[in-house]
Design a protein around this ligand. Structure first.
Ligand SMILES: O=P(O)(O)OC[C@@H](O)[C@@H](O)c1c[nH]c2ccccc12
Length: 260
């Protein structure tokens, strides 16, 4: 079984368990549930740098990246650096994240926050909203077209932006629909961990202009950004390159400064 299938299997168990413990009514009663969300797609459209900076402690491909910095410090650092938005990994087992990380980031900054998660159930969208997210990720590799439609339409009802992630042409073709805001091309194959910016370049011409294009993963230099911009990318999701530093905020600041 590949790693992605394993993650999804574990995620189904986790979501079923949580559903039996915390009822939807409790999520809906949270103060943050009423908070007006901020659109990441809009922020990216009017930004020069387009950086979405990620909080990621570890990953199945890299094991430990950063266990030292508090998520609040990282969030404040990213916001001061001029990031358009922040991605917060909430998966615990494989990425060392949590919904509390999202909550702490929300308490620390105003910029749009993406719940970075393996979403397979509407319940997780209610959680995203209750813990302060503005944006959710949907991964085409683990969802059918019908699931993408149901989840994205539900997210829109909750006033959450939707970033749909693809890795190849088939995933892209099956996913195009009006309830998505941003199309993310993952340069990393989630099944093999291979990374190539060519994935973003090849798929860019197949993405209709009404979606904000985001290039994800394996971006570690300004040159990579300059290379991808002519292909129409307005968003760049960067995790490891910032998180591997002792001071992720400072690292993001240096990076973003050199784009402008
Ligand atoms: O750390 P990187 O190579 O800059 O990548 C960030 C982000 O794109 C990556 O963490 C990611 C992209 N899609 C995902 C889906 C699930 C978990 C993680 C991811």
């Amino acid at each position: 079984m590949n790693i992605l299938d394993k993650i999804v299997l574990d995620k189904r168990k986790e979501v079923d368990l949580k559903k039996s413990i915390i009822p939807v009514s409790q999520l809906e009663a949270s103060v943050l549930f009423q908070r007006p969300t901020v659109s990441l797609a809009n922020a990216l459209r009017s930004s020069n740098s387009g950086i979405i900076a990620e909080h990621k402690r570890r990953s199945p491909s890299k094991s430990v990246i950063n266990q030292n910095n508090s998520v609040a410090d990282v969030a404040v650092g990213y916001e001061k650096a001029g990031a358009c938005g922040m991605s917060v990994l909430t998966d615990g087992k494989y990425f060392g994240g949590s919904l509390d990380d999202l909550l702490l980031a929300r308490a620390s900054v105003q910029m749009p926050l993406l719940r970075k998660e393996f979403i397979i159930d509407e319940y997780q969208l209610l959680e995203a909203k209750a813990y302060g997210a503005d944006v959710i990720l949907l991964i085409a590799a683990i969802l059918t077209r019908a699931e993408i439609k149901a989840l994205s339409e539900f997210a829109k009802q909750l006033r959450l932006d939707v970033l749909l992630e693809v890795h190849d042409e088939d995933e892209l073709q099956k996913s195009i629909m009006p309830s998505l805001d941003m199309l993310g091309v993952n340069n990393r194959n989630l099944k093999t961990f291979e990374v190539s910016l060519d994935t973003s370049k090849t798929l860019s011409k197949l993405i209709p202009d009404d979606f904000v294009k985001v290039s994800e993963s394996g971006i570690s230099s300004i040159e990579a950004i300059q290379e991808l911009k002519p292909y129409g990318y307005q968003g760049f999701l960067i995790g490891e390159n910032f998180m591997k530093s002792d001071n992720p905020g400072q690292s993001a600041l240096q990076f973003i400064k050199s784009i402008k």
